[in-house]
Design a protein around this ligand. Structure first.
Ligand SMILES: Cc1ncc(COP(=O)(O)O)c(C=O)c1O
Length: 385
């Protein structure tokens, strides 16, 4: 009998498990409202859908260059010029099968097995799981209200000391999942400078850019050409299922990434690259969706504490409320399961994001419709009484 690898023994991504159970219940006729997974309920922008239809009529969808078509890379360079005033050479851009593929490519090209990489706790669970599956050492650095729930040079130095390691990489998301924290320009600069001074690769996950409600949204590219920036069409652009994202790389990393990408993925999906190019022109439409998340955010900031669920982190950006459930339970996993079974409201247990303290919290996505979110909160208010 063959054996199963130790590297595959990663934690399940509980949000995906909750989504699967919610989908099963929905198919069984239950009136499920899902606030479990971070995906907009809006469709991809009209321009993306039109471009896709046209491409399908023309017919042939094929492989492209491993790092994406010249068209989408040039459109992304224009995006950096328009949004950030930056002149990015399209040759530094790599288009990927979602930001998830970007993490694989970055980790494989930057690190060797056993290298130590720091991430924030709480933080996006796939970081931990991908790093673990690739045989890298995950250094989880706790973030708290004192430092606005972000990493600092001091917390990184303390983690190196505590774990007796030299970091090879640091990965930071701003806005962050699940805390919603936006790392301000000065704090981001301090981190980038610390990484540069200590030969640490600085990976900036900017997937929630475009979805900042308070605080300043800074791309690491505005501060240094050495940052490895990862981004995606999944969130602001409402294109989760299209599996398309991108990276902006320091020049000397482009060829290593390309070599690994050629063999791992051949190329990102061409149809999605066509849609993504068009989506970059759709900010008028997408900003209307953003306004609907902002309204949901205001509603939750008011209502969640009223029903006994204080908000545990800033909610500056992204579309999550990370709430403290300790008034009702010390086991957020059991709480989430019961909530889904009894009132058909799906949310994600904090253990996904924080293996140590997550039993006290729950993450609720507010990317869905205003009516559904209001209905979910009504059901929870009655249930929690
Ligand atoms: C912080 C963060 N990074 C990356 C991803 C992965 O996104 P995708 O692979 O769809 O681009 C997510 C998804 O929720 C996320 O929250």
């Amino acid at each position: 009998m063959f054996s199963i690898s130790k590297r595959s023994d990663v934690e399940p991504f509980h949000a995906m498990d909750v989504l699967a159970e919610a989908t099963r219940r929905k198919a069984g006729g239950h009136p499920v409202i899902s606030m479990a997974v971070g995906q907009p309920s809006h469709p991809a922008p009209r321009a993306a859908l039109d471009a896709t239809r046209k491409a399908l009529e023309e017919g042939r969808i094929g492989y492209t260059d491993a790092l994406g078509t010249a068209r989408v890379k040039s459109a992304l360079a224009t995006h950096y010029r328009d949004r950030h005033g930056l002149d990015i050479d399209p040759a530094r851009i790599a288009v990927t099968t979602g930001s998830s593929a970007g993490f694989n490519l970055a980790f494989l090209s930057l690190f060797d097995a056993g290298d130590a990489v720091a991430i924030a706790r709480p933080g996006y669970p796939a970081y931990r799981n991908i790093l673990g599956a690739l045989g890298l050492r995950v250094v989880e650095v706790p973030v708290t209200a004192e430092t606005h729930f972000t990493l600092t040079p001091e917390s990184l130095a303390a983690a190196e000391k505590e774990h007796n390691v030299r970091l090879k990489g640091v990965l930071l998301a701003s806005p962050a999942n699940p805390t919603g924290t936006v790392t301000g320009r000065a704090a981001l600069r301090a981190l980038a400078e610390h990484c540069s001074a200590n030969s640490i690769a600085f990976i900036s996950d900017e997937i929630y850019h475009g979805l900042t409600f308070s605080g300043e949204e800074t791309s690491a590219l505005e501060l240094t050409d050495e940052a490895i920036v990862i981004n995606s069409f999944s969130k602001y652009y409402c294109m989760t299922g299209w599996r398309i994202g991108w990276m902006v790389l320091p020049e000397r990393l482009v060829r290593p990434i390309e070599r690994v990408a050629q063999s791992l993925y051949i190329s990102p999906p061409e149809l999605s690259q066509i849609a993504a190019t068009a989506a970059l022109t759709a900010s008028d439409e997408l900003d209307v969706y953003k306004a609907s998340y902002a309204a949901n955010r205001d509603f939750l900031i008011r209502r969640l504490p009223e029903i006994g669920l204080p908000i545990a982190s800033p909610m500056d950006g992204a579309f999550y409320a990370y709430v403290d459930v300790t008034r009702f339970t010390n086991d957020s996993m059991a709480f989430a399961k019961r909530m889904l079974a009894e009132i058909n409201v799906a949310a994600t247990p904090g253990l996904d994001f924080d293996p140590l303290e997550g039993h006290r919290s729950l993450r609720m996505s507010y990317a869905g419709s205003q009516a559904e979110i209001a209905e979910a909160i009504d059901r929870m208010a009655t249930w929690l009484k």
